[in-house]
Design a protein around this ligand. Structure first.
Ligand code: GLA
Length: 715
């Protein structure tokens, strides 16, 4: 049971989680909140033993507050590290002096929430820090509410982060993070941190392909895949964000982040409140694998809209087959072929609306193109449903082409500056979703589309970064709120559509994996991992993805060869085995698949249906990384350890590497497991853990899936 207790004598709060403890306390003069402990589970008394009375600073040029381990850093006094909050009051005073005011906590079925309120001692600003913990988890969710309680005019917020994390004082830390670009998302990078700041951020208006708002820290690079202490954090925000990991002159490391302060100013008027996004921290002493499994469970149980047991249906998407040239006939044919393979959702991608025959025109005009679909979409949808599949549709609602009726009617609806160009990217401009009229239009348009058609899946795309993020009509007021309000209104539209159309599942896409974060994940069932579907490249993208995000949300398609990105040709079974490591989809042009390929596909899809609950909702053990050798492997274990699925993917075998032994993880040592797919061989859990599962891979791009089921029989 997660539990938060307050110790009145030391003025400390102790947050107890599944296997970890977090402790904070007020300084003696109540003018700062100090971090005391974050690590493995310890009794409250031990955490309180760590409380130290603050002493005057003996360090020249520093103050004791500036050098202390603050939970949230209001800029003022002698604070020189990256602050959490920086404001300017209406009379020109810059800098905050706050005092603790009150605290409270609430219990729910899921866990407990603590709040601590501070107030500027001379100005009407209150800052409430929130902490939430969940039963059965090791995450601390933190967020902040700022409020102008009135009487002294607006308070201008210049920087407002969500939390400051303080791993314990140790030798040097290693930072592990996810970076990339279009077609190469979630690549794993690591660096040993020296003095100074390491900044990860997006200034693009969205989460971005460049960096994902997730980090992990371990001391002296001691953590391995399955052992060692790791402190991790991830932001629930789908707009421009920033995470700063800073090593201070006296060796203290802290990690702060939230909405990006670049180009940010937010006047908080009298009586107004501002809620900042959640920054989530997680500790595990079971290495990077332990951290990932904890993130996955948290996402499945507390973040995603669907239940933890739900499985994602197998999807067909027509983008790579027909691109913009969709019409009723070719989609009907693809739907028939997809249904025959066992596909469960049929999705039409780009090209079905407006004058959309290429990427030059049509975005913004979300009405069915009558040349391509003379009878509208409903006859096709009816056929798809008769074939036993759900119907899904692609939209990109935040965008507009200049060549569209929407832009001709509302040229002022896009982000722009006066006397500046409107930079196009993929021939499109970004709608100013911070505007209420744009938000209303977007909601009404999509609501109509969903009301008039039996659409059960929406792929929501976002195919460019922001530029010229201006709003001339708002120039006198608060034009920089676009950074916040675009995202808040995106969330509002999604939330409202979900409320009105509870049968519709959503996929977040931004040219592949450009908008994947805990914020969007609380509103969508899945994400499009990458436009790059080359199976070997995907092993790398999917490995990085799995550091932070659950396999169930990771959409993976089997597509045609040679691959559009890499010109690489790999066997169909290898492509299936790579795509089966997450949520399986098909994106190839089925009209060209041979009978034999269809037969193979049918069989893989049937197999996947049998094992998908283990893959999508089980525990993932990354047995071998694609970064370290010619064979990569991953293992998934059902929560009750009754079933195990192992994938082994070989990509460039050298002589003598044919037989691979894979010691398995997380099994019951004295239980027995039968190999369901192959010959029914029985293994003991101890054998599989110690000797390992033996896999023979032959040549390049060979792969295997092994499905083990716990049995009662013995060897
Ligand atoms: C983006 C998406 C693709 C596809 C195209 C359509 O690139 O990532 O999957 O939907 O847009 O234009």
């Amino acid at each position: 049971m997660a539990d938060i207790t307050y110790d009145a004598s030391s003025r400390c709060w102790i947050l107890q989680m599944e296997a970890s403890t977090y402790c904070i306390g007020l300084s003696q003069d109540e003018s700062s909140l100090q971090h005391i402990y974050w690590g493995p589970h310890i009794p409250a008394a031990t955490a309180l033993e760590m409380v130290q009375p603050s002493k005057p600073s003996r360090a020249p040029f520093e103050s004791s507050t500036g050098n202390s381990r603050e939970e949230y850093v209001p800029w003022g006094e002698m604070r020189f590290s990256e602050p959490s909050l920086k404001v300017e009051y209406a009379d020109g005073t810059r800098g905050i002096e706050w005092l603790f005011e009150e605290h409270g906590s609430e219990r729910s079925e899921a866990g407990q929430t603590l709040w601590l309120r501070f107030r500027d001692r001379a100005y009407p600003l209150t800052v409430t820090l929130y902490y939430r913990v969940y039963n059965g988890h090791d995450v601390v969710e933190r967020w902040v509410r700022l409020e102008n309680t009135g009487g002294s005019g607006p308070v201008t917020i210049e920087q407002a982060f969500s939390a400051d994390w303080r791993p314990p004082r140790r030798e040097r830390y290693r930072l592990t993070y996810l970076h990339g670009r279009w077609g190469k998302e979630t690549q794993i990078a690591e660096t040993m941190l020296g003095p100074g700041k390491f900044v990860l951020e997006s200034r693009r208006g969205t989460t971005s392909h460049q960096f994902n708002p997730w980090i992990a820290l371990d001391s002296e690079a001691r953590a391995t895949e399955e052992s060692g202490e790791v402190w991790s954090a991830a932001l629930a925000w789908s707009g421009s964000w920033k995470i700063v990991v800073e090593t201070m002159p006296y060796g203290e490391l802290h990690c702060t982040g939230g909405v990006n302060d670049f180009d940010f100013r937010y006047p908080l008027n009298e009586g107004a409140q501002l809620d900042l996004p959640t920054f989530v921290g997680l500790y595990s002493n079971e290495g990077f694998g332990g951290v990932s499994r904890r993130w996955h469970r948290y996402e499945l149980e507390q973040v995603l809209p669907a239940s933890p047991e739900a499985v994602r249906p197998i999807l067909y998407n027509s983008w790579e087959a027909t691109a913009f040239a969709v019409n009723e006939q070719n989609q009907m044919e693809l739907a028939e072929q997809a249904a025959a393979l066992g596909v469960e959702v049929f999705v039409i991608d780009d090209g079905w609306f407006g004058e959309r025959n290429n990427d030059l025109a049509g975005l913004g005009d979300w009405t069915v193109n009558r040349e391509k679909f003379p009878r509208g979409l409903n006859p096709l949808i009816a056929r798809v449903n008769t074939l036993g599949m759900q119907f899904g549709l692609w939209v990109e609602p935040e965008m507009v082409n200049r060549d569209s009726d929407l832009y001709r009617a509302h040229p002022d609806w896009v982000y722009h500056f006066r006397n500046r160009s409107r930079t196009e990217s993929r021939h499109q401009l970004v709608l100013n979703l911070a505007r209420n009229d744009v938000r209303e239009w977007m909601f009404m348009t999509l609501d109509k589309l969903l009301s008039e058609h039996n659409i059960e899946f929406v792929k929501w795309d976002m195919n460019r970064s922001f530029s010229e993020p201006g709003w001339p009509d708002e120039a006198e007021h608060n034009p920089q709120r676009v950074w916040l309000d675009h995202v808040r209104n995106l969330y509002w539209v999604l939330d409202e559509l979900r409320r009105r159309h509870p049968n519709v599942a959503f996929e977040s896409c931004s040219g592949g994996g450009g908008r994947i974060d805990l914020g969007i994940l609380s509103r969508v069932e899945q994400v499009w991992t990458s436009d790059n579907t080359d199976a070997l490249d995907r092993l790398h993208i999917q490995e990085g993805f799995s550091y932070a995000y659950a396999p169930r949300v990771m959409m993976c398609w089997v597509t045609d060869c040679p691959n559009f990105f890499t010109q690489r040709t790999v066997p169909l079974h290898y492509r299936f085995h790579v795509a089966m490591a997450g949520s399986l989809g098909i994106g190839g042009d089925l009209s060209h698949w041979t009978l034999q390929e269809r037969e193979e596909a049918r069989s893989f899809i049937a197999t996947y249906k049998r094992v998908r609950s283990v893959i999508q909702n089980g525990l993932l053990y990354r047995l071998r990384s694609p970064r370290t050798g010619s064979v990569a492997a991953a293992q998934y274990v059902a929560l009750d350890s009754s079933e195990v699925v192992v994938f082994a993917w070989g990509h460039s075998q050298q002589f003598g590497e044919r037989e691979v032994s894979l010691p398995l993880q997380g099994l019951e040592e004295d239980a027995h497991y039968a190999d369901e797919v192959n010959d029914g061989t029985l293994y003991s859990g101890a054998y599989l853990a110690q000797k390992g599962l033996s896999v023979n891979l032959v040549g390049d791009f060979d792969s295997r899936m092994i499905h083990l089921v716990r049995t009662k029989s013995t060897r």
